[in-house]
Design a protein around this ligand. Structure first.
Ligand code: NAG
Length: 310
């Protein structure tokens, strides 16, 4: 009984935290920069390695691989605005940091690892996520763990759609570290929480779902969260870069602009997005191989506003 009450209290507190933080947000974004905590930003040539845990088909893997390629290849996108233009907003953070620390960041698609046999089961802890992330490169890397829709992860759908962090490693007696990201496919577990606006929202003002640009609600939702977590990883890779609020649940470059995807956005409305005439899909960025993606606004530290592509 006591443990039930404690658990209930815990759940209620989590809800409070979420509502309190969204109320705080408006004033925060209008008046203040995300605070810089004097640590390193991610820099140099960094491979983005994809670790696929569970069942994903080749079409789904291509949506994510093309997105990573799109971050750095403006020439491969045929029309404006591009994913690469969106990603360039993160450079504004580097410009604000003193010159010695602010070298540039170049991301490229590294290796892909398939773990299709659910070797760690279908219910993962954050520790197991790091264990899976270690299957990527051990340094100069962002190792991205993508979990399929039938896998539950500690905190998934309760208070997060993904997470990021870093891990120190010892390679041949030398200390190294890599950054990691985890994103879950929310399609069957909580699309209204992690794949909005491609699904009816769980709470708040209701709006009809938008058509997903790659015709896959789960994967297009994963792109939104992966893109946000990549921006957070670049600008706050080791927990002492740009963030606001508690370091365990910080607001970062993209999480500081929740629900904002285009000009005219308001709670429950993503903004005035581009629409692909043949499919009716909503998007705001062109990518490699003719892809279209929907990306969250990024907080621009030079204007203290959420920057939207359209
Ligand atoms: C599961 O797949 C991984 C990656 O292919 C492999 O390393 C591992 O040995 C497999 N585990 C089992 C229990 O088959």
């Amino acid at each position: 009984m006591a443990s039930f009450i404690v658990k209930l209290f815990f759940i209620i507190s989590l809800f409070n935290v979420r509502f309190a933080s969204s109320r705080m947000l408006t004033s925060l974004v209008q008046n203040q920069l995300l605070k810089y905590h004097k640590g390193q930003l991610l820099s140099g040539k960094i491979s983005v390695n994809l670790i696929w845990y569970g069942k994903f088909n080749p079409f789904q893997r291509a949506i994510v691989a093309d997105f990573i390629i799109s971050l750095s290849s403006p020439a491969t996108a045929k029309s404006q605005p591009t994913v690469a233009t969106w990603w360039k907003t993160t450079e504004k953070y580097y410009h604000l940091v003193n010159s010695e620390k602010s070298s540039t960041l170049a991301l490229y698609l590294g290796k892909q690892v398939l773990v299709e046999n659910y070797s760690l089961g279908k219910s993962l802890t954050q520790k197991q996520i790091i264990q899976l992330a270690s299957k990527g490169e051990q340094k100069n890397a962002i190792n991205v763990v993508l979990t399929s829709s039938d896998v539950t992860v500690d905190g998934f759908c309760l208070n997060r759609c993904g997470s990021h962090g870093s891990k120190s490693t010892l390679v041949k007696g030398k200390n190294d570290k890599f950054a990691y990201i985890w994103v879950g496919n929310s399609k069957t577990q909580c699309p209204g929480y992690c794949a909005w606006p491609f699904h009816q929202p769980i709470y708040g003002p209701q709006s009809p779902p938008l058509v997903a640009p790659n015709n896959d609600v789960g994967l297009d939702g994963m792109i939104i969260n992966l893109a946000s977590l990549l921006a957070g990883t670049a600008t706050n890779p080791f927990g002492n870069g740009y963030y606001q609020g508690p370091s365990a649940a910080p607001l970062e470059a993209a999480s500081a602009c929740p629900g904002v995807y285009a000009k005219g956005a308001y709670p429950g409305y993503a903004g005035d997005l581009l629409v692909d005439p043949p499919t009716g899909a909503s998007f705001n960025a062109h990518g490699a191989n003719g892809r279209k993606y929907l990306l969250r606004a990024l907080y621009d530290p030079s204007t203290s506003k959420c920057y939207t592509l359209v």
